[in-house]
Design a binder for this molecule. Structure first.
Ligand code: NAP
Length: 504
């Protein structure tokens, strides 16, 4: 298939990752960049997740690009609208908005070993070609709605938290919320204020740490804006705070125990109703699932119009949600706060590498990539927020910037060598994956099931260490770890580039 529009680098996804990659590449002399984005606007998860109360629980001084620091955030953890405006503003300021083709979902990417190019097919029918492909689709973009028995019999309204129906008036309604993860704990307090009755269906409790998040008083805002170095110091402090959380997760019996005590004290203070306390209390080790930051959720659960239901949801009935005890919890609307198909990464997109290898097959037992970025046999394909690059402590933007730098350096290495593409050595990827997986031993992440793991228990979402370790690991591209395949203008490659060459 011949692609209609060619570029040097094609980026899929205009969220924080895709924007970071485009800016990094552009500022280092890569001019021919195109971004394909399924949504009508840039911003990724911050465009899609507009539920009431949506905000980032990572403070904005850290959850922002190092090269685009703002001193006028209105509060510690910004609401969705501010973060979306920030992401779109940064894209605009750097001219990235002009690179984006919107409303275009990528369906297939195929490596052409003769042309040394990727061909990218989309749902609009348009095809694109590029020398390098950056898949910046992230881990949290495909809503997961569980199949519930007799779901079709329910006569009320329903939607997923990532597809919030703002036209549906929830005031005075009987609302059922299924799922109690990071999203639900943000929208439940808002729903509680407007719903007539709210039934919250919890499968697992959460560990909480406090988050008041009041708007900054004027003197604090003024100080952040005017005192030299204060912004940088706050960012540094928040970075170290994130690393402390990782330390706690890595050492559940020592540091983890201390942070657990802090969490338990906060929860005990907030959970004054003994029945709700019993139900909401988690039954797994602190840090195994994402620790949630909220001072509003647990009090909301104890309001008179709210019921926390811990009986297992077995299905739906025409009038509501059925639980294992046979009860029907009547509802006008069901909201699924059931998260995302995180382990799917970029799928169902079909990704075909050298020699016809299929990424879905290669990742059949769980996704893996060198530094979460490079997959052997997929030349000049780079994944952002790929396997094992999620963080439980700190800011994903630190990781995304590190990945953007790494990708830029890899492509510079290709240019410098006059090569056609760069492909990580299979033995290097396997060794780095083995080393990475062994680092999970003894950590809290291994002590329960979560969205970080596959059904077989392999942890595919999270980086096992600290932000600073990931930054160090990705700081340089070691040419010995890669094959430089083909040469610009050279004869076609053999079908499988792993069979040829070595570092050039
Ligand atoms: P989530 O954390 O995966 O939570 C999903 C919830 O739904 C969990 O309580 C889960 O229970 C429950 N669930 C899933 N399937 C279910 C089923 N079949 N029956 C009953 N319950 C079911 O999803 P999320 O809240 O949308 O958050 C996803 C991620 O987005 C977060 O972990 C975080 O990384 C990110 N996020 C970040 C922020 C932020 O402020 N930074 C805010 C929102 C989201 P189990 O725990 O038992 O599986």
């Amino acid at each position: 298939m011949s692609a209609s529009a060619q570029s040097e680098v094609l980026i899929v996804g205009a969220g924080f990752g895709g924007i970071a990659a485009a800016i990094e590449l552009q500022s280092h002399g890569f001019r021919d960049i195109r971004i394909l984005e399924k949504a009508p606007q840039a911003g990724g998860t911050w465009f899609h997740n507009s539920y009431p109360g949506a905000a980032c629980d990572v403070p904005s001084h850290l959850y922002s690009y190092s090269f685009a620091q703002r001193r006028d955030w209105t509060r510690l953890c910004s609401p969705q609208s501010e973060i979306l405006a920030y992401a779109q503003g940064v894209a605009r300021d750097h001219g990235v908005d002009r690179m984006i083709t919107h409303d275009t979902t990528v369906t297939a990417c195929t490596w052409d070993p003769d042309a040394l190019r990727w061909t990218v097919e989309t749902d609009t029918g348009a095809t694109y070609g590029a020398r390098a492909l950056v898949l910046a689709t992230g881990q949290l973009h495909q809503p997961a709605t569980p199949y519930l028995a007799d779901a079709e019999s329910f006569t009320g309204h329903s939607f997923h938290s990532a597809e919030w129906d703002h036209d549906y008036d929830l005031a005075g309604k009987r609302v059922a919320v299924i799922g109690t993860g990071a999203s639900a704990v943000q929208f439940v307090p808002e729903l509680q204020k407007v719903a007539g009755r709210l039934s919250v269906f919890q499968r697992s409790g959460n560990w909480f740490l406090p988050r008041e998040n009041r708007p900054y008083p004027a003197p604090v805002r003024a100080a952040i804006e005017r005192v030299p170095g204060l912004q940088a110091a706050r960012r540094r402090f928040l970075y170290e705070y994130g690393e402390l959380l990782t330390l706690a997760i890595r050492h559940p019996n020592t540091v983890g125990r201390l942070v657990y005590l802090r969490s338990a004290a906060h929860m005990k203070r907030q959970l004054t109703d003994p029945e709700v306390r019993r139900k909401a209390w988690p039954d797994y080790t602190f840090g195994c699932k994402r620790v949630l930051f909220s001072s509003a959720y647990l009090p909301a659960l104890q309001q008179p119009n709210v019921e926390l239901v811990t009986d297992r949801v077995t299905g739906l009935a025409p009038t509501g949600v059925v639980t294992a005890d046979g009860r029907i919890h009547e509802a006008d609307c069901i909201i699924y706060g059931t998260g995302f198909r995180t382990n799917d990464f970029m799928f169902p997109m079909k990704v075909t590498g050298a020699g016809g290898r299929d990424l879905a097959e290669d990742w059949g037992s769980g996704a893996h990539a060198h530094l979460g970025i490079s997959v052997p046999g997929y030349p000049s394909l780079f994944v952002m927020y790929g396997p094992n690059t999620n963080t439980s402590g700190g800011s994903i933007i630190i990781y995304l910037e590190a990945q953007a730098r790494f990708i830029r350096k890899a492509l510079q290495a290709v240019r410098e060598r006059g090569a056609g593409a760069i492909d990580v050595r299979e033995d290097v990827e396997q060794a780095s994956d083995r080393a990475l997986q062994t680092r999970f031993a003894g950590t809290a992440w291994t002590l329960c099931d979560s969205w970080y793991r596959t059904e077989e228990g392999r942890i595919v979402a999270n980086w096992p260490g600290y932000m600073r370790e990931y930054e160090a690991a990705t700081a340089e591209v070691d040419p010995d770890e890669f094959l430089f395949v083909g040469h610009a203008g050279s004869p076609p490659l053999p079908a499988d580039p792993l069979d040829v060459g070595g570092p050039v």
